[in-house]
Design a protein around this ligand. Structure first.
Ligand SMILES: [Zn+2]
Length: 180
């Protein structure tokens, strides 16, 4: 019986990986902060999800839940894209997504993890915040879904042209602007 319980628990933990929360919060934050229709939202989504994907196999929050690592990624993009303005603009969406993940994951609450490696090389053996929150993640996922529904409506993603714009160029445009 205890073994069955342990198996059920580990399956539950595996399923409790927050997804919509990070997509919804990142897309809406970038829209309200930058108001830039040319921003590449596809790469933003990659950046917003990459930390949990890359850290999960190591058993918890590791290097990708640290702000210095996100800043290093930002510097790397800036250096690698010297003289390539268009490429830079697109690629910057990844580190921006990584930073937004830290904000909406509440990663700053764990100093040792957030400032790794400056707060010591050893990882504070913490689980992924999106696993440690437990049932509260259901609430976050619902909020994320509401945000995504707003994105769907606001940017007219019911229309194939608007969806293509997002999938092929990473762009979100207000429907009213496009019709004008
Ligand atoms: Zn995370």
């Amino acid at each position: 019986m205890p073994q069955l319980w342990a198996t059920a628990r580990s399956i539950g933990t595996g399923l409790r990986r927050v997804f919509f929360w990070f997509l919804g919060t990142s897309i809406t934050s970038v829209w309200f902060v930058f108001r830039d229709p040319a921003f590449d939202y596809r790469w933003l989504c990659v950046g917003a999800l990459i930390a949990d994907v890359l850290d999960a196999p190591f058993g918890g929050a590791r290097a990708f839940h640290s702000m210095p690592v996100s800043i290093a990624a930002l510097v790397l993009v800036v250096l690698a894209s010297a003289g390539r303005k268009r490429w830079r603009k697109r690629a910057l969406a990844v580190p921006i997504g990584m930073m937004l993940h830290l904000v909406f994951d509440g990663a700053f609450a764990t100093t040792k993890m957030f400032w790794w490696p400056f707060a010591g090389l050893h990882f504070a053996d913490k689980p992924l915040p999106s696993v440690a929150r437990g049932w509260f993640d259901v609430v976050l996922e619902l909020i994320g879904l509401v945000a995504l529904a707003w994105v769907w409506r606001t940017f007219g993603l019911r229309s194939k042209a608007q969806r293509d714009l997002l999938l092929k160029q990473g762009r979100l445009e207000l429907v009213t602007v496009r019709r004008r």
